[in-house]
Design a protein around this ligand. Structure first.
Ligand code: PLP
Length: 403
């Protein structure tokens, strides 16, 4: 089972339903059984005690290595991303931190987007320098700045597109060319785009990272993460980090995420349709100063969005005067939207993110980088994750709450 990119000639809806889920070989069950066992009876000749001599992928040994439910999810993710293999982790942060620690050692240079998921931004700025890893943060939408940031010592370029929370895009194919020309690899956090919108491997990325907690599970009831890439690279990541750092996903979460992923393509259509309507409504609202959504013509990178995203997903931001007061008003008045963090759930969510706080706590931006952040986010943004409810109900909810 070395190439998990199965259902190669099928469409995303077929992959989402079938990849990684053949009928059970013993019972014929067409829905995967939940296998909670932590260990597996083995043939003494086919396994060894050390992760360095890991058995073949489909020989199970101990559940921190692999289990049937996790392997099924890995197969579905590899198929959806048109990649060879995947490793799932207990959370998106476990996946992102695992890949960084796996690839980087003291003296290596990392170039990373100056705006990315706050947890990753804080890990990179606060933890990696102490391990001797050199960091350069750069606005990945500025290819000249990226070119200047990459040095002969650059081992990895790490991008996130669209990036959380300001929905700025990165041209994956262009960044892959620059990274590879310098001998570096490219990792792309594609959580917001999902494989229904963008398949970074097909555009030249070496690794894709997902928080499965978001759209791929889609129901707000399981944490999970994944790294997706070449088979040999995933085997090394499994041995070096999954097994040794130990951030393994529980089989039950894999079962839930596998079930959620089956409807990813049709949910993404509903998410996108709802987000387009909500974004257009907000753009017309007299109290709203600015809306950022890749599917709107007004997005500063709409042309790149059309080229790179087959689905614009459902994360958008809007700005109003006196954001903190509006946040209090909306949190009290909204009846369908929940005032809560996170994204990519069936329910619509909204949360206010003040620029000053994020710049101070997570991103520490100054000069041109700060100016570009403010060009997208002003003094603060409402980050909206549009769910799959009826758009007319979401708009009516916003209408009464914004009065
Ligand atoms: C949520 C998120 C993460 C972290 O994932 P968790 O599953 O919460 O650990 C990483 N990247 C992006 C873009 C995210 O939105």
């Amino acid at each position: 089972m070395s190439d998990l990119n199965n259902f190669k000639n099928s469409g995303s809806q077929t992959k989402a339903v079938h990849a990684g889920e053949p009928p059970d070989a013993v019972t014929g069950a067409v829905t995967p059984a939940l296998v909670l066992s932590t260990n597996f009876a083995v043939d003494p000749d086919s396994v060894s005690f050390s992760a360095n001599d890991m058995p073949a992928d489909d020989v199970y040994f101990y559940s921190r290595w692999a289990t049937p439910n996790l392997r099924a999810l890995e197969a579905k993710l590899a198929s959806l991303e048109e990649a060879q293999d995947a490793v799932v982790f207990a959370s998106g942060m476990a996946a992102a931190s695992g890949l960084l620690l796996h690839l980087l050692k003291s003296g290596d240079h990392l170039v990373i987007s100056d705006v990315c998921y706050a947890g990753v931004a804080e890990l990179v700025r606060q933890k990696l320098p102490g391990l001797g890893i050199n960091i350069t943060t750069v606005n990945m939408s500025d290819l000249d700045a990226l070119k200047a940031a990459i040095t002969p010592g650059t081992r990895l370029v790490y991008a996130e597109t669209p990036c959380n929370p300001i929905i700025r895009l990165t041209d994956i194919a262009a960044v892959a060319r620059l990274a590879h020309a310098a001998g570096a690899q490219l990792a792309v956090d594609s959580t917001i785009a999902t494989p229904i919108g963008t398949k970074p491997i097909t555009l030249g990325a070496d690794y894709v990272i997902h928080s499965l907690t978001k759209y791929i599970n889609g129901h707000g009831d399981a944490l999970g993460g994944a790294v997706i890439g070449k088979h040999e690279a995933m085997t090394r990541l499994r041995q070096d980090i999954l097994i040794h750092a130990g951030g393994a996903m529980s089989p039950f979460n894999a079962y839930l995420i596998l079930r959620g992923a089956a409807t990813l393509p049709i949910r993404m259509k509903a998410h996108e349709a709802g987000a387009l309507e909500v974004a257009s409504y907000l753009e017309r609202h007299p109290k709203v100063k600015r809306v950022i959504y890749p599917g709107l013509k007004s997005h500063p990178q709409h042309e790149l969005a059309c080229r790179q995203m087959k689905n614009f997903s459902s994360l958008l931001t809007f700005q109003v005067d006196n954001g903190p007061a509006a946040a209090r008003q909306l949190s009290h008045r909204l009846k369908i939207f929940h005032y809560a963090v996170s994204l990519g759930k069936q329910r619509s969510l909204l949360f206010y993110i003040p620029t000053e706080e994020l710049i101070r706590s997570s991103f520490t931006l100054t000069g041109a980088a700060l100016a570009d952040y403010k060009a997208y986010a002003g003094e603060g943004i409402f980050r909206v994750s549009v769910g799959i409810e009826d758009a007319q109900d979401l708009i009516a909810d916003l209408e009464q709450a914004l009065k």
